[in-house]
Write a protein that binds this ligand. Structure first.
Ligand SMILES: *Cc1c(COP(=O)(O)O)cnc(C)c1O
Length: 374
């Protein structure tokens, strides 16, 4: 038996010929950059989330970069973010010369800890201009946005969201994308809504920010062609990817339900010794990742056991960002992110995707029961 970590061919089969038709249409009209499918997708994303502006971009990383550029984040500014996240969250901060201030996470939900956030704000206030809190909805789970918003409002720092892993998740009945001033999405193939290459989007309810994003993604253009108002990027979404995403959006609600079902079965059936991911209050995760915790001393053994039994798995993430060579900065003050360091040694992600059959999942569960006994 071989259980992959992701099964895109099965999903493609389920989508049927609609996908090919949409792609063929783009090949026909040949408007490959900012073609009609891009606009159609943006409208659909607005309808889906209830957010008033969706500006598609070339990747999740570019979404975050232009969100920070639009806030005027520059060299020497401070941006707060969790240490336990994907590298892109920190990368964009450093590309602008700003300083990443790493915050610890909650040991049960894996999400940014409001207590640690407040402590870091206190520690850094007055030392450098604190411009942005960049929250992350890790592993498909909503961060504690209500608490984050209260802290951001109190301290006068702009709250932005990295929702790259969690599109389709909800908090208090509202889709993610409605909680922060602006939210970045990724359409990388393994994300909840994935295209067939790179893609991303910025969501916001603020028309002025939306206009800025549209300008920055297209070289900082003004209303007229070759009128350049500001520093920008080439960060547009390809029309072909928009066509793929329009097809994927048609099955997205079903995909989310299928993922939730897989998560529910893991929650029910895994042996006790696997610590399940816990949800923030009021959360409905998108379940892009199902990450359990095991004893540090036994994780390598588990990884090997899974490999020997043909079960794909991943370690998200083996090192928190403040310990990565590129982000250490020899800064002692970034120490003490104890939970992030602990999680990096304990987490292991199991296969979860819409087309994972019950039969395949039962095989994974049986094997994990076998390992737990041994
Ligand atoms: C994937 C990811 C990104 C970057 O998205 P890309 O589309 O790959 O550029 C940013 N942040 C997080 C948390 C991610 O998981």
């Amino acid at each position: 038996m071989h259980i992959p970590f992701l099964d895109l061919p099965a999903q493609q089969k389920r989508m049927g010929s609609g996908l090919q038709d949409r792609v063929a249409k783009v090949m026909d009209h040949c408007r490959f950059v900012l073609g009609p499918e891009v606009e159609e997708l943006e409208k659909k994303l607005q309808e889906f989330t209830g957010v008033s502006h969706a500006v598609t971009v070339s990747s999740g990383t570019d979404a975050l970069l232009l969100m920070l550029m639009a806030e005027g984040v520059k060299a020497g500014d401070g941006v707060l973010l969790p240490s336990f996240t994907y590298v892109a969250t920190a990368e964009v901060i450093c590309l602008l010369g700003a300083v990443p201030i790493f915050v610890d996470v909650d040991p049960k939900t894996y999400q940014i800890s409001p207590t640690s956030l407040e402590a870091k704000i206190q520690e850094y206030q007055g030392k450098l201009p604190l411009k942005v809190i960049l929250g992350v909805d890790l592993f498909g789970h909503p961060a504690p946005w209500n608490e984050l918003k209260a802290i951001a409002d109190k301290s006068g720092i702009t709250l932005l969201s990295d929702c790259a892993q969690s599109f389709g998740g909800k908090l208090d009945g509202k889709f993610l994308g409605n909680q922060a001033v602006a939210t970045g999405l990724s359409f990388f193939p393994s994300k909840p809504l994935g295209c067939y290459g790179d893609g991303g989007c910025v969501l916001t309810n603020d028309p002025e920010r939306a206009a800025l994003y549209r300008s920055i993604r297209n070289h900082g253009c003004g209303d007229k062609r070759y009128e350049i108002k500001r520093l920008g990027l080439n960060a547009r979404l390809d029309t072909l990817q928009a066509a793929v995403l329009l097809s994927k959006l048609e099955i997205f609600t079903e995909d989310l339900a299928r993922r939730a079902k897989v998560a529910e079965r893991y929650n029910d059936k895994l042996p006790e010794l696997f610590q399940r991911p816990q949800c923030t209050k009021g959360a409905e995760p998108a379940w892009s990742v199902y990450c359990v915790q095991v004893d540090t001393e036994r994780r390598d053994d588990l990884a090997k056991f899974l490999e020997d039994n043909g079960i794909a798995h991943a370690i998200y993430y083996p090192k928190p960002l403040h310990m990565q060579d590129a982000y250490k900065q020899g800064n002692k003050e970034q120490d003490g992110l104890i939970v992030s360091e602990m999680l990096a040694k304990r987490v292991i992600a199991l296969p979860i995707y819409p087309d994972l059959t019950e039969q395949s999942q039962d095989y994974v569960i049986e094997k994990l029961q076998e390992w737990a006994k041994g």
